[in-house]
Design a binder for this molecule. Sequence first.
Ligand SMILES: C[S@@+](CC[C@H](N)C(=O)[O-])C[C@H]1O[C@@H](n2cnc3c(N)ncnc32)[C@H](O)[C@@H]1O
Length: 243
Amino acid sequence: MPQKITPYKDSQLGKKEQVTHMFDTISKNYDGLNRVISFGIDIKWRKKVVDILKKEQPQSILDIATGTGDLAIALVKTGAKKIVGLDISPGMLAVGKEKVSHKKLDGTIEMVVGDSERLTFEDNSFDAVTVSFGVRNFETLTTGMAEILRVLKPNGTLVVLETSVPTRTPYKQGYNFYTKNILPLIGKLFSKDNSAYGYLSESASVFPHGENFNNILREIGFIDVTNKPQTFGVASIYIAKKG
Ligand SMILES: C[S@@+](CC[C@H](N)C(=O)[O-])C[C@H]1O[C@@H](n2cnc3c(N)ncnc32)[C@H](O)[C@@H]1O
């Protein structure tokens, strides 16, 4: 199981409360920072998630840890009739709701506060579930993934987009330098929350990726599990099915 990394080292609160507080605090800067940190490539990665799901023609999609809703909004291109964006941080959701309304997508996208580890949906509710840059923030990864499996319909598809760590030289060294030196600096310069971007890179460096994450999905009960490394392996897209 992944080592538990929390945003605030001296806090007595659990990871879930700390993560909620951190994302509430950075919610207004989140989109801008995302573009700076990933040089805008995050948009391309989310588009790949959409392209993967488009082929499946899902009618209903649950986007877990939707944050400010970028993936939920992009998923409209799959043709799904109903998209639910769920997040534990009311601050992130508030930014997302505004974007959804601005794009006049309220009829398709519903943004709801909720905890991925205690979903309130019935079993077998959604054709597809997506999570982008969310799973490594779960307090208990296996509980969150088991809940996803429960609410997916049989033959439904899970697509996870998450940071990973390049394993090949010189990308590995470049990535280490960037996450240890540049990323926390950008965080300090642009964010009100000094801990946040230290947490984001630290949690990325210890989070299971590639075959390790595939195996966690298999142990939980997903089938046909594959992963596609993106951009030298700095992110990965995982695809899995419910049997
Ligand atoms: C890095 S942001 C990703 C947001 C968005 N998916 C994106 O691609 O930009 C991670 C999000 O996960 C949410 N999150 C963390 N733990 C969660 C949980 N247990 N249940 C629901 N959302 C959670 C946070 O509030 C935050 O908005």
